[in-house]
Write a protein that binds this ligand. Structure first.
Ligand SMILES: [Cu+2]
Length: 276
């Protein structure tokens, strides 16, 4: 009997030693170090702040008297400033009046997953004419921004972003709180937004992803060739010659991948053949 209990004690000891010696993973270390640094859950006071946001095309008056066509939340760029207090629940009744699907992402805000606005992952994209209600109680005070999350290189560039300020539950006294949002526009010769958004990610959420990729590499290759031929700018010439092989390699890879996934690249590949 005595031998048996001794061996049980020994086994327990070995288990304890084994647990203690297991090396800590980086994620485990982070979790331990940050424990208690941020509230794990929101503490809703029960007050709900409701905002209506509509994404639609709009025109902004420019200081030179011109009009800039943009896509905007509630007709302004940046969009509305949403201001709530910590503990209050934000409810945004969103309507999409754009010609493209879209979502809203709450940048840097710890939201429930379903409110994160990642199309096809946490919610279906909001189709043109569709609506979606975002509702969450922030866990942290702070100044955040929100923006769309579909074809971002186009939709952010066209103006779809705004500010969310979550004030402390008892804000420190101040005379004035001013929010600045800085951005720049890339305009074309007609003084409108340059509408070649030039990113493969812009079409990541529709079926044209691979086709776009092929076409964009085609554009880049063509541009480099043209600039190099014109010889207008020496540095562009050098850039063109150094980058062209890489661009062509990517173009070939994109074409292969596109045909492997069955993307429709007939239009763009025929251009490629014509151009080269
Ligand atoms: Cu973001």
């Amino acid at each position: 009997m005595r031998g048996r209990s001794a061996s049980i004690v020994l086994v327990l000891l070995l288990v304890a030693v084994g647990l203690g010696c297991r090396p800590e993973t980086p994620a485990g270390r982070l979790a331990r170090e940050l424990k208690g640094a941020f509230p794990e859950r929101a503490a809703p006071t029960g007050t709900v702040r409701t905002f209506d946001i509509e994404a639609r095309e709009a025109e902004l008056a420019l200081i030179d008297g011109g009009k800039l066509r943009v896509w905007a939340y509630n007709g302004s760029v940046p969009g509305p400033e949403l201001r709530i207090r910590l503990g209050e629940t934000l409810r945004v009744r969103f309507t999409n009046r754009l010609p493209q699907p879209t979502t809203i992402h709450w940048h840097g805000v710890r939201v429930p997953n379903a409110m994160d606005g990642v199309p096809h992952v946490t919610q279906p994209p909001v189709a043109p004419g569709g609506t979606f209600t975002y509702e969450f109680t922030p866990k942290d005070a702070g100044s955040f921004w929100f923006h769309q999350h579909v074809r971002s290189s186009e939709q952010v560039e066209r103006g779809l972003y705004g500010v969310l300020v979550v004030e402390d539950a008892k804000p420190a006294p101040y005379s004035r709180d001013v929010v600045w949002v800085l951005d720049d526009w890339l305009l074309d010769e007609t003084h409108q937004i340059f509408d070649r958004f030039n990113s493969i990610s812009k079409s990541a959420f529709d079926k044209s992803y691979m086709a776009e990729m092929v076409s964009e590499h085609d554009d880049m290759a063509g541009l480099f060739q043209k600039e190099a031929k014109d010889g207008r700018v020496q540095s562009i010439k050098q850039l063109a010659s150094s980058m062209l092989p890489a661009v062509q390699q990517h173009q070939a890879l994109a074409t292969q991948t596109a045909s492997a996934v069955g993307a429709d690249v007939t239009a763009t590949t025929s251009q490629t053949q014509k151009g080269s």
